[in-house]
Design a protein around this ligand. Structure first.
Ligand SMILES: [Zn+2]
Length: 422
C-alpha cells in the first residue's frame, strides 16, 4: 500500500479507522489494516475529512485590495466600479500570479475543490484565459471549475452576450449571470433565458449571482427555478447569494423556498461578503444580508458556502478558510443548535460537492484518495478553533503539511501550554 492513515476519526463513525491508499485511491477502510504502507501517518484520533469545497470565489480579483484604490464606502456598486478600474491595466500574468497565490492559500486550508468565477466582460477575455490556464496547470493538486461570469450584465453592455458565449467556447465549465444589475426587470429575465439557452447548447452547469442586493423587489430566484424545471436541469443550477431573500416578506419567502426545493436549485451563501456588502443604506436597525439558511436547510434545499472575496475591492479580509466562513455563518444565521453546528460542516464539504455536481468525492472505497487531517477531534472543535489542516493528501500524496503552533505561558516558575482544546 502506498499510504496508510492510522487512527482516523471519520465524521459518521464512532470507532477510529485506518485508511489504505494505493494508486491514488482508497483501497481499504478498516478499523485495523494489518499490511504496512510505504508511508504511514498517524492521525492520532483527529478528524479526517474529504477536502473542503470552495463553492464560490473570485480568483481573478483576489489579492488586489487597494489597487487602484480601497473601497471606502463598502458597497457592492463601488466594488464593481473599482474592479472595473483595476481591469483596465490587467495582464494575464498578473491575474495568474495572484490567483495562484490564492489557490495555495486555499490548499493550505484543506480546500481541493474550487469553483471560481472569471469575469467575462473584459474585452480580451484575459481573466477567463488566465483562470482556464491555471486550472490545467494546477490539476494535479486541485480541481477547479471556472464560471464564465458577466460581471457587468449580459444585456447592459453590447458586447457582453457575445463575450459570454466566447468564454464558454474557450472551455468555461459553468455559465454565470447577474440579472439584478441589468437595466430593467425584463432584461434581467431575458438574461436568465440567455444563460439557460447557452447551458443547454453547450451542456454546462449554471451558477448565477442571484438577487445579490438588499432590494426586496429583486425576485430573480423564482425565474431561475422556473427555467430549471422547464429545461429539465434540476440539480444542475445554482443561485449564488440570494441575499434579497433576507428582506422578502415571509409569505413570499415561503413560496419561493418551495419553488427552489422543487427545482432542486443549489444555494450558495457567502457569509463574509454578504455581511459586508448588503444593507449598507439601512442606518439602524440594520438588516443583515444573509439568505435564509435555516429555512432553506429545513425545507431540504441544498446550501453550501463560499468565501467569495479574498482581499479584493468587495471584501478586504479573508485567507481562503472555509472554516472561517462557516464559523461566521453560525453566528450571523443563528445556526448554533447542538445538531446544527455539525450540519454547518456539511455546507463546506458534502453540500458543496452536490452544488458542484461532483462525483468521486468522499472517503469511500474506490474514490480518489483526497483527504484532510484536521487538528481537531470533531466538527464542533474544528469550527470553534478554525483548526489547521495538519495534512492534506491529494491522490494519495501529501501536498500540505502544517506545523501547529505551540504556546507556552510562564507563570513564575511554572510553564504551562495552551491549545484551546477541551
Ligand atoms: Zn461572487
Amino acid at each position: 500500500m502506498d499510504l496508510i492513515i492510522r487512527n482516523a476519526k471519520l465524521r459518521d463513525k464512532k470507532e477510529l479507522y485506518d485508511l489504505g491508499i494505493e494508486n491514488g485511491k482508497f483501497t481499504q477502510i478498516e478499523t485495523t489494516i494489518k499490511d504496512e504502507g510505504k508511508q504511514e501517518i498517524d492521525a492520532g484520533g483527529n478528524l479526517v475529512i474529504p477536502p473542503f469545497i470552495e463553492s464560490h470565489v473570485h480568483l481573478d480579483s483576489a489579492l488586489t485590495v487597494g489597487n487602484p484604490r480601497f473601497n471606502e464606502s463598502g458597497t457592492l456598486l463601488d466594488g464593481i466600479a473599482i474592479w472595473g478600474e483595476y481591469k483596465e491595466g490587467i495582464t494575464k500574468e498578473r491575474i495568474k500570479a495572484t490567483a495562484k497565490e490564492t489557490i495555495l492559500w486555499e490548499m493550505a486550508n484543506g480546500v481541493l475543490r474550487i469553483r471560481t468565477h472569471a469575469d467575462s466582460t473584459e474585452p480580451n477575455l484575459l481573466t477567463v484565459q488566465a483562470l482556464l490556464e491555471l486550472k490545467e496547470e494546477m490539476r494535479d493538486y486541485v480541481d477547479i471549475q471556472v464560471v464564465a461570469f458577466p460581471q457587468d450584465g449580459i444585456l447592459a453592455h453590447p458586447q457582453s452576450a457575445e463575450l459570454l458565449e466566447k468564454a464558454v467556447k474557450m472551455g468555461a465549465d459553468v455559465i454565470g449571470g447577474i440579472p439584478q444589475v441589468e437595466f430593467t426587470r425584463e432584461d434581467g429575465i431575458r438574461s436568465i433565458e440567455i444563460v439557460f439557452e447557452l447551458a443547454q447548447k453547450y451542456e454546462k452547469l449554471i451558477d448565477i449571482h442571484t438577487d445579490e442586493t438588499s432590494d426586496d423587489q429583486s425576485r430573480f430566484a423564482e425565474v431561475i427555478a422556473k427555467h430549471a424545471v422547464l429545461s429539465g436541469m434540476e440539480g444542475m443550477v445554482t443561485a449564488s447569494h440570494t441575499t434579497a431573500m433576507h428582506n422578502y416578506d415571509n409569505d413570499y419567502a415561503a413560496k419561493l423556498i418551495g419553488l427552489l426545493k422543487r427545482a432542486e436549485i443549489n444555494i450558495i451563501t457567502n457569509p463574509a461578503s454578504n455581511a459586508l456588502l448588503q444593507n449598507r443604506l439601512d442606518g439602524y436597525p440594520r438588516r443583515r444580508g444573509h439568505t435564509r439558511v435555516d429555512e432553506l436547510l429545513h425545507a431540504g434545499v441544498n446550501v453550501s458556502i463560499g468565501n467569495d472575496n479574498i482581499m479584493d475591492p468587495f471584501g478586504p479580509l479573508g485567507k481562503g478558510s472555509m472554516l472561517q466562513s462557516a464559523n461566521l455563518l453560525i453566528h450571523t444565521a443563528h445556526l448554533s443548535g447542538s445538531n446544527l453546528i455539525p450540519k454547518v460542516f456539511d455546507l463546506i464539504t458534502i453540500n458543496g460537492a452536490k452544488t458542484l455536481n461532483l462525483t468521486d468525492y468522499g472517503i469511500e472505497l474506490g474514490n480518489q484518495a483526497d483527504l484532510v487531517i484536521l487538528d481537531a477531534k470533531d466538527e464542533y472543535e474544528a469550527l470553534r478553533l478554525l483548526s489547521e489542516a495538519i495534512y492534506v493528501v491529494r491522490k494519495g500524496r501529501v501536498v500540505v503539511e502544517t506545523k501547529v503552533a505551540e504556546r507556552e505561558i510562564t507563570l513564575g516558575s511554572e510553564t504551562v501550554t495552551v491549545d484551546f482544546k477541551r
